[in-house]
Structure formats: structure tokens, C-alpha cells
Design a protein around this ligand. Structure first.
Ligand code: ATP
Ligand code: MN
Length: 266
């Protein structure tokens, strides 16, 4: 059997970067006991073999690179593990997404932050599954346990994650044409997500889209809502505005928000 290990030094590695935040970062970035137990359980069951350093450390979640060896002699598979934070801070403004969701009437809406993060992870897992089965490019969800979600890594074989669309280096001489076609590609994704998955992303922007080789990938769907959510159309308008603004800044001659809205919902 392959030696399974969690490299906690890697996981802690980001700490020293910013001395100012170091004190708070310590408690936030080191995996807690419960999270380590979940990761060990996942290692024992073969969903992951090694957990590497942080790809991203944010307010609501940290994302770690990981590797799995599904076959003893087969090639390693790159994975990403999203660990939702149990700190209560960021959940206040998230309530509006859950309230009104008929899928989540479990009474966990208020109070218990551990239940809340579990709910967010669950929501992301189910949304990813739905989006992935609809043929939209996004991480394939692999495994979920409490606030820990294992998914496909969107990245290369060495484990380097694709950049966010915001950071994508598109600088060929036909970049104008590339940006235009990416815009069209995104409109198609939003429409498919609405029509086939019956979901509105609700936090769509150049930060939650990854880019590689003229292909867009949708990520971060824990707050995505059913299109019968009372505020789904409001969220959709926000998504249309944010992504439209971005593509306009990149020089694309974008369609009006109204036309895009009708295209997506009609
Ligand atoms: P926070 O708001 O706390 O920053 P988040 O909820 O925005 O966290 P995500 O957007 O899902 O978390 O992930 C954070 C970052 O991690 C992304 O911007 C992306 O760079 C990277 N990432 C997330 N999932 C994957 C994946 N499956 N493959 C590659 N990179 C990923
Ligand atoms: Mn994000």
C-alpha cells in the first residue's frame, strides 16, 4: 500500500507570509482535530492518499491540493479538498441564500455554526453533482464528510491549479476574439445552468471561474440556489451584471443585461 500521509508542515506553510495576521492565521489555518480525523478516514478509505499545501486560504474555506492513487500501480490523480471554516463570522450574510431553499428546511438555519458549515458543504456537493452531470465544466465531486469536500482538481498533472479567469494570461494576437468567445461560452453555461440544472450560481464573477486552454470552469457553488428560490432572479441579475462588467473591461462588446437575462431564462 502507498504510504498515506498528511504533510501538516505544508498545510501550515502559508502562515509566515503575513506577519500581521499571523496570530489569527494560526488558529484559522492549522487543521483542527476533527478535520484531521475526517482526512485520515478519507485516506483509509482511499479517496485521498496525500494532502498537500493550501491552494487558497479564504474567509469561508481553505482549499488544499491532494493526491489519490486509486490503483496501486496506476498514475496519481490530483484532487482538491475544500475545508469549510466553522468560524461563525462569515455565515451571517449567507443566511439569505439558505432561507427560502426548500431543499434545506432542517432547522439548521440558525445558531449552530457546525451544522451551518455542514449544510454549506452539502449544498456545494449536491450543486456540483448537478452541474457536472449536466455537462458543464466544473470540479467533479468525489466525497463529502461533514465540512470536508473532496473534488477533482482543476489543474495540470503536476497538481498546479488553473488560474482564475481574473488572472488568466490571454495575450495572443487573437486575444480579442478569444475574450469574445469566452463571453459567449459563459452565456451558454449560465443558460444551461438555469435551464438544465435549474440553478442560479449567485456568486458568479471572474473570481469563481477558472480558465485553461480557452475553457471556462465553474467553481464555488455552495451558495447557488434553485431557480424557484424567492430571490433567484435577483441573484441572476447580479451574476449577469458582475460577469458583464468584467468582460466589458476586457474589451468585449457585451450584450445588455436585459437581453442576457431573457436569453438565460427564456
Ligand atoms: P473564500 O470565499 O473563503 O475565499 P471560497 O468559498 O471562495 O473561499 P472557492 O472559490 O471554492 O472558495 O475556492 C477558493 C479558490 O481555490 C478558488 O479561487 C480556486 O483558485 C481554488 N479552487 C477551488 N476549487 C478548486 C478545484 N477544484 N481545482 C482547482 N482549484 C480550485
Ligand atoms: Mn470563491
Amino acid at each position: 500500500k502507498h504510504a498515506a500521509k498528511i504533510r501538516l508542515d505544508d498545510v501550515k506553510g502559508e502562515q509566515s507570509k503575513d506577519k500581521d495576521k499571523a496570530d489569527r492565521a494560526t488558529s484559522e489555518q492549522v487543521l483542527d482535530q476533527r478535520t484531521r480525523m475526517i482526512l485520515l478516514q478519507m485516506i483509509n478509505r482511499g479517496f485521498v492518499s496525500e494532502v498537500h499545501g493550501a491552494i487558497s486560504t479564504g474567509k469561508e474555506a481553505n482549499v488544499y491540493g491532494a493526491v489519490a492513487y486509486p490503483d496501486l500501480d496506476g498514475p496519481p490523480i490530483q484532487r482538491a479538498i475544500k475545508v469549510y471554516k466553522t468560524a461563525i463570522l462569515s455565515f451571517k450574510d449567507r443566511e439569505r441564500y439558505i432561507t427560502g431553499e426548500h431543499r434545506f428546511k432542517s432547522g439548521a438555519e440558525k445558531g449552530n455554526s457546525r451544522k451551518m458549515v455542514k449544510l454549506w458543504a452539502e449544498k456545494e456537493f449536491r450543486n456540483l453533482r448537478r452541474i457536472h452531470s449536466a455537462g458543464i465544466k466544473c470540479p467533479e465531486p468525489i466525497q463529502l464528510k461533514l465540512h470536508v469536500l473532496v473534488m477533482e482538481l482543476l489543474g495540470d498533472r503536476r497538481g498546479y491549479a488553473y488560474p482564475r479567469l481574473r488572472d488568466a494570461a490571454i495575450s495572443s494576437e487573437d486575444s480579442e476574439e478569444v475574450w469574445r468567445s469566452l463571453y459567449i461560452q459563459l452565456l451558454g453555461i449560465m443558460r444551461r445552468m438555469y435551464q438544465v440544472c435549474r440553478l442560479v450560481h449567485a456568486d458568479l464573477s471572474e473570481y469563481n471561474i477558472l480558465y485553461n486552454d480557452r475553457q471556462l470552469y465553474i467553481i464555488d457553488v455552495s451558495q447557488s440556489v434553485e431557480h424557484d428560490h424567492p430571490r433567484s432572479l435577483e441573484f441572476l441579475r447580479m451574476d449577469i451584471k458582475n460577469t458583464g462588467d468584467f468582460f466589458r473591461r476586457e474589451g468585449v462588446d457585451i450584450l445588455s443585461d436585459r437581453v442576457v437575462f431573457d436569453f438565460i431564462t427564456a
